[in-house]
Design a protein around this ligand. Structure first.
Ligand code: AMP
Length: 584
């Protein structure tokens, strides 16, 4: 049996497929949502107990560790942590330095205990969900957390595809298009899926890793502080205020008003503040509106209009807010499907995926996409895409490369991720050297194959077809691919599209010129006696023009002079061929 796990930023859930139904498993108090909070005290506490300790021992308690999983110091999200830039993140907690995987594994261990107690058998296999934009490093770290918790992780699945499965959308008509609007505690994601022959494909995904219910709590806390004219609060009191703001926000999803009472704040203060739904909507609206641009971008990336969508589904606890539901209608011009609990659908989908894998449920498979293009650096510093952005995974693709220089005895394979034309503008994921016997230019044959498995982990294989020597490297990327980073990359590629294209055309023309100039010189030396002097002068003039154009770095000029040189050397080329034929 394979359990399904939603390892969330704010809350986590676990369940199994039982007697033909996906079932979420609750703790002994009947609670299915386990807060993703861990406290390191005399013993390790996880979940509700840890959340209670947060206000008392903030330095021994950690929430939202998912934001740090697979990250390195200096990357997005690691502000406030100290460590050597580029080294994997560790977090000081209760006198020890812990990795995000270790901390996440405590949450997973707790889920395992809950599930085993509830289900009455040992559960050792699991499917774990991650955001669609998680990069290799984040996926690999999530897998490691699962393993540390004692699970064999059978599959890492994207959250939107899991949610769509839970909503039963695999039964929609073929080619149906679905928007998954996921606003949780700490993150926002919008994914566009399409159903193709019973299989979900992610057409595009956009979002913000710093946008969610926590920001709403903060805005509401600020509103309360201003209404009650609160002075600056201590850290424990601030945490209490946020907790009260969160409860009021949740109540106001169904009630019109709610009162926040906080007795015995430090300094003996007691506060009581009445909040109305309209008031919190005023404070939350600017934050929620920030999701709109991501929805529009995802639609644009998928190449569709809102009217083309067959369904809009809501995922994440924050979508219970009426204000969020109104905004969704405004953005997509369509009522969202509210048939599932938004905070449980990802876990339900993970359970269904587990059931598909262990054979209890058949017929559906889940597919995912690459958030950015993957490729290698070619001679001249250009990006050569091997697997384009938004390719459905698992995917495999390859290309044959050769040596650009005679006598070269190896080739450096530099693996890149990104959308820019020049290698240097993309992210370097890794690299290695593949040796081959020194050979004339263009004689070596190195096949490079990229394969991304269903978990989004990339394997790069390079094989010298001459010797059969091959190297395989698994890329567990050190490069952040948060959705902000993906967005910045896309924005950069659009912004620089013109210069990038120009740079690529210039580089290609430069490589051609560098090849052609010595070849023309060699041909002239060989055939000098056979050519009329005015033709030689003409060719010399054109080679000088090409050399000048190369120095000027003007693309159009270089292309034009190369074309002229090509024309001027037509009869030279013919003579060369004729001579070669005579000799042979
Ligand atoms: P999730 O990450 O999906 O578990 O969502 C957690 C977020 O949903 C937290 O910010 C919760 O405060 C928020 N949330 C849960 N229930 C409600 C509700 N009824 N109304 C508004 N927000 C909610």
């Amino acid at each position: 049996m394979i359990a399904g796990i939603d390892l969330g930023t704010t809350n986590s859930l676990i369940g199994v497929y039982e007697s033909g139904f996906p079932t979420l498993l609750a703790d002994t108090d009947g609670r299915r949502l386990l807060p993703s909070v861990v406290h390191y005290g005399d013993s390790i506490l996880v979940g509700h107990e840890a959340r209670r300790m947060q206000a008392i021992h903030p330095n021994r308690t950690i929430a939202s560790v998912k934001r740090l999983i697979g990250r390195r110091f200096g990357e997005e999200g690691t502000e406030g942590l100290t460590g050597i830039p580029g080294a994997p993140v560790t977090i000081p907690l209760g006198g020890q330095n812990l990795s995000p995987e270790e901390i996440s594994s405590e949450i997973l261990k707790k889920l395992k205990v809950i599930a085993e107690a509830r289900h009455g058998t040992e559960i050792t296999r699991a499917v774990i969900t991650v955001p669609a934009y998680f990069n290799d490093a984040q996926r690999a770290a999530t897998r490691k957390a699962g393993e540390l918790a004692g699970f064999s992780v059978e599959r890492i699945v994207s959250e939107p595809t899991a949610a769509a499965l839970a909503y039963g959308l695999d039964r929609l008509q073929d080619r149906s298009k679905i928007a998954v609007y996921d606003l949780g505690g700490g993150t926002f994601d919008l994914s566009i899926l399409q159903l193709d022959n019973g299989v979900f494909q992610v057409l595009s995904t956009h979002g913000d890793t710093r946008l969610g219910g926590d920001d709403l709590d903060q805005a509401i806390a600020a509103l309360v502080a201003s209404k009650a004219s609160l002075p600056r609060l201590s850290l424990p009191d601030t945490i209490r205020l946020h907790e009260a703001a969160r409860l009021a926000k949740e109540t106001l999803s169904t009630e019109e008003q709610s009162t926040i009472r906080l007795p015995f704040l430090e300094g003996g203060m007691n506060i009581e503040v009445m909040l109305t739904r309209a008031e919190i909507e005023g404070a939350c609206s600017p934050i929620i509106r920030r999701t709109r641009i991501h929805c529009l971008r995802a639609l644009e990336d998928a190449g569709i209009k809102a009217a083309d969508l067959d369904q809009v589904i809501l995922v994440g606890g924050s979508t219970r807010m009426p204000l969020v539901q109104h905004l969704v209608v405004e953005i997509f011009g369509k009522e969202p499907n509210l048939s599932q609990h938004p905070d449980e659908s990802v876990a339900l989908g993970a359970i269904l995926q587990g059931a598909i894998l262990d054979g209890s449920l058949q017929n559906v498979a889940l597919l995912d996409i690459t958030p950015l293009s993957l490729g290698i650096e070619t001679f001249g510093g250009l990006m050569n895409v091997i697997i384009p952005r938004n390719t459905t995974i698992p995917a495999k693709a390859g290309e044959m490369f050769t040596n650009a220089v005679a006598g070269q005895s190896g080739m450096r394979i530099t693996v890149l991720q990104g959308e820019r034309e020049l290698a240097a503008d993309n992210w370097k994921l890794g690299g290695f050297e593949i040796p081959f016997a020194p050979s004339p230019k263009g004689a070596a044959r190195v096949g490079v194959q990229f394969s991304i498995d269903a978990d989004g982990i990339l394997q790069v294989l390079a094989r010298d077809t001459g010797t059969g020597i091959e190297k395989i490297v698994e890329i567990k990327s050190a490069v952040e691919v948060s959705d902000e980073a993906v967005e910045a990359m896309l924005a950069g590629s659009l912004e620089h599209a013109f210069e990038d294209m120009d740079a690529r055309i210039f580089t290609e023309a430069r490589l051609k010129a560098e090849e052609m100039l010595p070849a023309v010189e060699a041909a002239l030396a060989q055939l000098a006696g056979e050519l009329p002097p005015d033709e030689i002068a003409g060719i010399r003039h054109q080679t000088a023009e090409v050399t000048a154009a190369l120095q000027s770095k003007e693309t159009v000029r270089l292309k034009q002079t190369l074309a002229n040189l090509d024309n001027a050397t037509q009869s030279l080329a013919t003579r060369l061929i004729e001579r070669a034929m005579k000799i042979s």
